[in-house]
Design a protein around this ligand. Structure first.
Ligand SMILES: Nc1ncnc2c1ncn2[C@@H]1O[C@H](COP(=O)(O)OP(=O)(O)OP(=O)(O)O)[C@@H](O)[C@H]1O
Length: 286
């Protein structure tokens, strides 16, 4: 198996914290897959992302045991190269904006300038990414004059333009209305098609069900479940552990309990329509 990231026996406590934010974590991330990270508030999702990116222990001190490997090398053994390998989109897009550039175009170009990319290439890549993230009309605006949703797209663009192999995206839709949310997921879908490895924290479970390959469920700092999204999100026992599951999975399970011959528990709306229609046909045959 081609693992791009591995966590081995990782336990981490923030400075002065009495209990660890991440406990006994063992997980392997496969190259090119899309992982949805879910769990209650405070369960450790953002801390997990910070560990993968090496922010822990680089910026956050505290106590770290175990190791995080990116392409077989410990995050602590990397220098600045880890930032070229892993793009990180923060939960709050405000955090991402550099504050030193006056236009959105310059903001998106900023990282490439820092990496010393030739000017013509910067221009080409910035134009492409602005088109992909649908922010071309904002090119001349000041990044701080944008709405939350626009800022979120600029934050994503400024990371995507660096073309990292791995993208860690922490709740990109928290500031967005349903339309903005769909457009961010359309961008993430394009990244998936480019075989990027994506680790996405998201509370909107229906979107995880629709787009992710694998799901990781955190609770109180522990990874309590992980696996293929279809299997995992149809496992109703996770509800007792406080995990959110798609409404259609709960509906499918209830219909089955009431005797409708539902062939499998659906996790997306499309699947729900198919299996319920199939089950009704089956019932009417009898
Ligand atoms: N910088 C910090 N210093 C001290 N404790 C922290 C810090 N950041 C997070 N924590 C604590 O670590 C635990 C895990 O927090 P984390 O932010 O990783 O959870 P989360 O699942 O991402 O939550 P949310 O869904 O609310 O974003 C929580 O108990 C939180 O209070």
């Amino acid at each position: 198996m081609d693992y791009i990231i591995e966590c081995k026996n990782v336990t981490y406590s923030y400075p002065l914290a009495e209990i660890p934010a991440i406990r006994d974590l063992n997980v392997s991330i496969e190259r090119g897959k899309f992982y949805g990270v879910i769990g209650e508030n405070g369960s450790g999702k953002t801390t997990f992302c910070a560990l993968l990116r090496g922010f822990i222990p680089d910026f956050y001190k505290g106590e770290l045991q175990g190791e995080v490997l990116v392409e077989g090398k410990k995050t602590t053994d990397y220098g600045g190269e880890l930032s070229a390998k892993i793009g990180y989109v923060f939960q709050n897009p405000f955090t991402q904006i550099s504050g030193v550039k006056e236009t959105v175009f310059e903001e998106v170009a900023y990282g490439l300038e820092n990496f010393g990319v030739p000017v013509e290439e910067i221009e080409r890549r910035v134009v492409d990414v602005m088109q992909m993230t649908d922010i071309e009309s904002l090119a001349e605006k000041n990044p701080f004059d944008l709405s939350g949703g626009q800022m979120q797209r600029v934050a994503l663009a400024s990371v995507i333009v660096l073309e990292p192999d791995i993208l860690i995206i922490d709740e990109p839709t928290s500031q967005l209305d349903p339309e903005g949310t769909e457009s961010v997921f359309a961008i993430i879908k394009t990244l998936k098609e480019k075989h990027k490895t994506i680790i996405l924290v998201e509370h909107k479970i229906d979107l995880i069900a629709e787009y992710a390959d694998e799901v990781l469920v955190f609770k109180e700092g522990r990874l309590i479940a992980s696996g293929d999204k279809q299997e995992l999100l149809s496992d109703l026992s996770l509800l007792e552990q406080g995990a959110a599951l798609p409404q259609v999975a709960i509906l499918g399970s209830r219909l089955r309990e009431r005797g409708l011959p539902v062939s499998r528990i659906p996790v997306t709306e499309k699947q729900a329509i198919e299996v319920i229609a199939g089950a009704l046909k089956e019932r009417d045959k009898k």
